[in-house]
Design a protein around this ligand. Structure first.
Ligand code: NAP
Length: 292
C-alpha cells in the first residue's frame, strides 16, 4: 500500500513555484500577488486563509488578506471585489467560502474577473473546464491531479467513482477525471445523496474519490482491494483529548481502508495540502497571463 503523502507532493510543487518566482523577481519584476477576502471569523475559514497566506510567503508570492465583518453587506463585498479587479497589482482574487447566509455566493463568484479567478469557480472558467480549454482548475481537484501526477498513479481507462457533486470538488473532479488529459481518461461515476447502491458502485472503483463531508463514511466493504482512495473530507470532530478540543477527520475510515487499498491519501496531510499547491499554481498562471 502506498501512502499518497500530500506533504511530499505539495512541497515538490512549491519548490518548482519558488524557483519560477525567484527567476521572475531576479529580473526586477514584482512577484505574484494574491488577494484573499475573509468575511467574518469562522474558525475553519480562518485556518484555511492563514495557511494560504503562509504558503504564499514561503513561495515568494505576495498576499493581502482583506477582512470584512460577518454583517458586511453584499454590496460592500462586491465593491471590494471590483476594487481588486481593477487593481493591476493584484493577480489572483479568492473569496473564502462559505459566506454568511445573507450574501449570495453565486453573485460574488460572478463578480470576480475571470482572469483573476484563481479558485476557478466563475461560470466562464467552469465552462472552459468542461470544454477542455485552458482555464483555472478549481484548487482541490487541481491538487488531486497534481498528487496523481507526482506519484505517477495511472488513470487511463480506469473506473473512477466520485462521491459528492459540489461545484468546488466533486463535479469538477468528475469532469477532469473523464477529460482527455494526462490524469484523466477515466470512465467516471458521480454519486450523490440520491444515488442508489452507492456501496456497490464504490466497490467497483479503481479510483475512489470521497468528497461528501461525512467523517469515516467510506468503510473497507466499499473499497475494491488495490484501489486508489482519495479522501477529500475535512470535518472537525469534537475530541476532548485533543489540544484544540477537536480533530480533523476524513471521509474515509483510514484504519480499515488502508489495509486493503493500493494507495490512499491521509487526512490531514493529503488533499488539503495539495489544494494550496493548486491555488498557488493558479496564482502564478494568472500572473503570467495578465502581466505577460
Ligand atoms: P458539500 O458542498 O456539502 O457537498 C457534499 C456532496 O456530498 C453533495 O453533493 C452531497 O449530495 C453529497 N453527499 C452528502 N452526503 C452523502 C451521502 N450520505 N451519500 C452520498 N452523497 C452524499 O461539500 P464540499 O464542499 O464538496 O466538501 C466535501 C468535503 O470535502 C467536506 O468535508 C469539506 O470540508 C471537504 N473539503 C476539503 C477540501 C480540501 O482542501 N481537502 C476542500 C474543499 C472541501 P447532494 O448534492 O445530493 O446533497
Amino acid at each position: 500500500m502506498m501512502v499518497l503523502d500530500g506533504k511530499i507532493a505539495a512541497q515538490a510543487v512549491k519548490n518548482q513555484l519558488q524557483e519560477q518566482t525567484a527567476a521572475i523577481t531576479a529580473q526586477g519584476k514584482p512577484s505574484p500577488h494574491l488577494a484573499a477576502i475573509l468575511v467574518g471569523n469562522n474558525g475553519a475559514s480562518e485556518t484555511y486563509v492563514a495557511s494560504k497566506v503562509k504558503n504564499c510567503a514561503e513561495t515568494g508570492f505576495r498576499s493581502t488578506l482583506l477582512r470584512l465583518p460577518q454583517d458586511c453587506s453584499e454590496t460592500e463585498l462586491l465593491a471590494k471585489i471590483q476594487e481588486l479587479n481593477q487593481d493591476p497589482d493584484i493577480d489572483g482574487i479568492l473569496v473564502q467560502l462559505p459566506l454568511p447566509a445573507h450574501i449570495a455566493e453565486n453573485k460574488v463568484i460572478e463578480a470576480i474577473d475571470p482572469r483573476k479567478d484563481v479558485d476557478g469557480f466563475h461560470p466562464s472558467n467552469v465552462g472552459r473546464l468542461v470544454q477542455g480549454l485552458p482555464t483555472f482548475i478549481p484548487a482541490t481537484p487541481y491538487g488531486i491531479l497534481l498528487l496523481l501526477d507526482h506519484f505517477q498513479v495511472p488513470t487511463k481507462g480506469k473506473h473512477a467513482v466520485v462521491i459528492g457533486r459540489s461545484n468546488i470538488v466533486g463535479r469538477p473532479m468528475s469532469i477532469l477525471l473523464s477529460s482527455a488529459i494526462a490524469q484523466g481518461n477515466c470512465t467516471v461515476t458521480l454519486c450523490h445523496s440520491h444515488t442508489q447502491n452507492l456501496k456497490a458502485l464504490a466497490a467497483e472503483a479503481d479510483i475512489l474519490v470521497a468528497a461528501l463531508g461525512r467523517p469515516g463514511y467510506v468503510t473497507a466493504d466499499m473499497v475494491k482491494p488495490g484501489a486508489v482512495v482519495i479522501d477529500v473530507g475535512i470535518t472537525r470532530v469534537e475530541d476532548a483529548t485533543a489540544a484544540k478540543g477537536f480533530r480533523i477527520k476524513g471521509d474515509v475510515d483510514y484504519a480499515q481502508v488502508s489495509a486493503i487499498a493500493g494507495a490512499i491519501t491521509p487526512v490531514p496531510g493529503g488533499v488539503g495540502l495539495m489544494t494550496i499547491a493548486g491555488l498557488l499554481k493558479n496564482t502564478l498562471q494568472a500572473y503570467l497571463q495578465n502581466r505577460g
